[in-house]
Design a protein around this ligand. Structure first.
Ligand SMILES: [Mn+2]
Length: 314
């Protein structure tokens, strides 16, 4: 993006994936229904167990994959993300605004610190499962210079997924082979998204879009930076997710697809379509030759895929 900065504060190396099984290995996941997906809230029966880690409810099984911008491989890119097993699972992605590099500021610092802070406040009483509060506290605690777009999603064990987003990182929920929910990107103008900033000119948690989605068993949550959504269409995301056996493979396949599209100058990407819709295009003399603005968008690409599962105490 053209303005402000971010990337993985975790030790997850780029081009590698890590599968975090948020369900404790001591859990014995049991589907409430073996026949068909159902509303997860149905799983929140009031049964009680004394066994540690045998809480009733829904969880996310999570896979992640990150591929840095080709020019930012050495420094590890400027996106950042975290995953937490708190409650049903917490996911977050931040994208450092690259424009800060022109001011000799490393755009990755703000995004990484923001995600590190968010991760540390996940269980904070004041946050209380509210992703907007999590963004507020993480932003307030971040002292690095820079700015970043950010999205945070918190899943309660009753199946309620709360999402807060500032800018153009995003979340999609895939249900029964279709995109059932998408966040909407916020931008001031093309390529200049809303962003949390170290400077007063930026946005705050008050500008975040906040959404609640009631997840169902077998739903898949796909979170990513704009490097994913600018290069991969919804139909492709659905196709990739449905063709993969597990969340780790799905995250890797989505990131690789986005990466391949980002390098393809002839691919009519979501990004190039959006650019044309905003009035950007090739020079007139190319237009007469029947050419149009195409191509993917080179960028850091962060993908987090979460599969909803339910577990019953046993
Ligand atoms: Mn980006």
């Amino acid at each position: 993006m053209a303005i402000p900065v971010l990337r993985p504060f975790t030790s997850i190396a780029y081009s590698t994936s890590r599968d975090l099984q948020l369900i404790s290995s001591t859990d014995s996941p049991t589907l409430c229904s073996v026949h068909k997906p159902k509303r997860l809230v149905c799983c929140a029966t009031p049964s009680v167990s004394n066994h540690v880690g045998s809480e009733v409810g829904v969880r996310l099984s999570v896979g992640t994959h990150f591929i840095p911008h080709p020019d930012k491989v050495e420094k590890g890119g400027e996106d950042a993300f975290f995953i937490s097993s708190h409650s049903g699972g917490v996911l977050g992605v931040a994208d450092g605004v690259s424009g800060w590099a022109e001011k000799d500021v490393n755009p990755a610092l703000f995004s990484r610190e923001l995600m590190a802070n968010a991760s540390s406040f996940v269980e904070d009483e004041e946050v209380n499962y509210d992703p907007r509060s999590l963004i507020r506290k993480a932003h307030a605690a971040t002292s690095s210079i820079g700015s970043a777009t950010v999205v945070v999603a918190m899943l309660e064990m009753n199946g309620i997924l709360k999402i807060a987003s500032v800018g153009d990182c995003g979340v999609k929920v895939i249900r029964k082979g279709q995109v059932a929910f998408s966040t909407s990107p916020q931008e001031h103008y093309f390529d200049c998204p809303y962003q949390l900033s170290s400077e007063a000119v930026g946005q705050t948690f008050l500008d975040a879009t906040v959404t609640t989605v009631e997840l169902m068993e077998e739903d898949t949550v796909v979170m990513g930076s704009d490097g994913l959504f600018d290069n991969v269409f919804d139909r492709e995301i659905v196709s990739v997710v449905s063709s993969c056996d597990n969340v780790s493979d799905a995250a890797k396949a989505l990131a690789n697809l986005a990466h391949n599209h980002s390098k393809d100058s002839s691919f009519d990407s979501p990004y190039s379509q959006e650019a044309r819709s905003q009035g950007f295009d090739v020079p007139w003399w190319k237009k007469i030759m029947g050419m149009k603005l195409t191509g993917g968008k080179l960028d850091d690409i962060t993908v987090i895929v979460g599969q909803v599962t339910s577990s019953l105490s046993s």
